[in-house]
Design a protein around this ligand. Structure first.
Ligand code: 6U4
Length: 161
């Protein structure tokens, strides 16, 4: 079974002493209408880190350097009722970046407090893995979606650190 390689990159900052993460409203394509992380497909010939930096720039105008990406592990999104949507997702977190986030055709970026993530507006599975990734874990997780391709059937967590 093929799992398409994609990335998600979570930029962080402290704002008034409060940790925040940059997410965004997906305006087009896969996950339209949801609050998601910045990211997308790894193009042929590209590394995951290169793809993450490219997607952050395309979607928000921000510049993040590969050396400032922290590898936060892998999440497999398994859609048994829609295997064409299966993805293997490299997670990155970056506390150093430059620029001001700007709306793009694909994403309306927005900062959220890490302590109150907008989980009701995200993919349901995000509540299972995003807080851990932002806390510094290196994840090894498989999310199995129900046949509605929305809700979570099970989360298999192989994280060791
Ligand atoms: N169950 C899930 N929960 C989640 O939080 N993110 C998911 C998910 N399943 C997929 N994703 C993310 C991973 C990836 O960053 C994104 C899909 O990639 P894209 O945003 O790039 O898709 P698009 O259809 O907009 O295509 P392109 O921008 O043309 O590559 O969806």
């Amino acid at each position: 079974m093929t799992f398409t390689p994609v990335t998600l990159c979570f930029l962080t900052r402290e704002y008034g002493g409060v940790p925040q993460v940059l997410l965004g409203l997906k305006k087009t394509g896969f996950g339209r209408g949801k609050i998601v992380g910045l990211g997308g497909h790894v193009e042929p010939g590209e590394t995951e880190a290169e793809a993450a930096c490219r997607e952050v720039h395309e979607e928000s105008g921000l510049v993040v350097r590969q050396q400032d990406l922290r590898d936060a592990g892998l999440v497999m999104f398994d859609f048994p009722a829609r295997p064409a949507w299966n993805m293997t997702t490299r997670l990155f977190v970056a506390a150093r970046w430059s620029g001001e986030p700007a709306e793009s055709a694909e994403i309306l970026p927005e900062w959220f407090d890490v302590g109150s993530l907008p989980v009701d507006r995200m993919w349901q599975d995000a509540a299972h893995w995003l807080p851990l990734a932002l806390q510094g874990a290196v994840l090894q997780i498989t999310v199995v979606l129900n046949d509605d391709n929305e809700t979570v059937r099970e989360v298999l967590d192989y994280t060791t650190r």
